[in-house]
Design a protein around this ligand. Structure first.
Ligand code: ZN
Length: 264
């Protein structure tokens, strides 16, 4: 970790006029995996378009919903988190949370896994083009921890990037790093011990400043139906201060963020 934090400083570029599309599967993923990155992009003047594919209907609520629809609750939480992170535009794809493999929710007509993924990718590609975005963020090929909706987002973002001819970044986690950190939310989901990637596979890691880490924490807690302070108690800084990406295509806006370690 010290290697990353001691990385050669990169000049702070003004990113005004630059745009990136960040695709996520469920409300809360944007904060968990890319919260500090989005905040820094926005603070440097970049336009961040957040695309969220589903409303996270299968998330288990940790607070009473008082008769409210969980999807609606989670979208409201997402709007709050997006505001904290400085997202310029939030686009909802309107698909439904598929749940984990074998769940009945995966059979729902609107489940993301049942969508025509090339068609969804075309929609995202048109968004990239209309926003004149230079890059798109999705997930690694295993959806970071194997959630079928995350795997779908990988396919959507990669295909959209190739249709639009832009760089794609796969958000992931460094499982070697997390082995020595606290309990990352990703470790408790899916039961997949082989989540994320090993350090050597990662192209770019961003180390959050204390301010960015504070905003990330607030954005995580904005998802209060899913994430409570008790989930963030153990080694919060060590667990959440780094955000990791695999890049396909030429270096783009993430390499210009400063306090970034780029391996390739
Ligand atoms: Zn998710």
């Amino acid at each position: 970790m010290s290697l990353l934090l001691d990385a050669v400083p990169v000049p702070h570029h003004d990113l005004t006029g630059r745009t990136i599309v960040v695709v996520h599967a469920h409300p809360d993923d944007e904060a968990i995996f890319t919260g500090a990155t989005i905040r820094r992009l926005a603070d440097r003047g970049a336009r961040v378009v957040l695309v969220t594919a589903t409303a996270g209907e299968m998330g288990t609520p940790r607070v009473p919903l008082r008769g409210k629809d969980i999807g609606a609750v989670r979208v409201t939480e997402l709007e709050h988190a997006a505001e904290l992170l400085g997202v310029a535009r939030l686009v909802l794809l309107g698909r439904r949370d598929s749940g984990m493999p074998g769940w009945e929710s995966g059979q729902h007509a609107k489940a993301l896994v049942r969508a025509d993924l090339p068609a969804v990718a075309s929609t995202v590609a048109r968004l990239i083009e209309s926003e004149r975005a230079e890059a798109v963020v999705g997930y690694d090929a295993d959806g970071i921890y194997g959630h079928p909706d995350h795997v779908a987002v990988h396919l959507i973002a990669r295909h959209a990037a190739s249709l639009a001819g832009v760089t794609s970044y796969d958000a992931t986690v460094d499982r070697e790093h997390l082995h020595f950190a606290g309990d990352h939310l990703v470790g408790g989901t899916g039961g997949n011990a082989a989540y994320g990637r090993v350090t050597a596979e990662i192209s770019v890691a961003l180390a959050a400043t204390p301010y960015e880490l504070g905003v990330k924490r607030a954005a995580l807690l904005a998802h209060e139906s899913q994430i409570g302070p008790e989930a963030l108690e153990t080694q919060f800084q060590e667990t959440y201060e780094l955000e990791w990406y695999l890049r396909r295509g030429p270096a783009a806006v993430l390499e210009e963020l400063g306090n970034v370690h780029a391996w390739v």
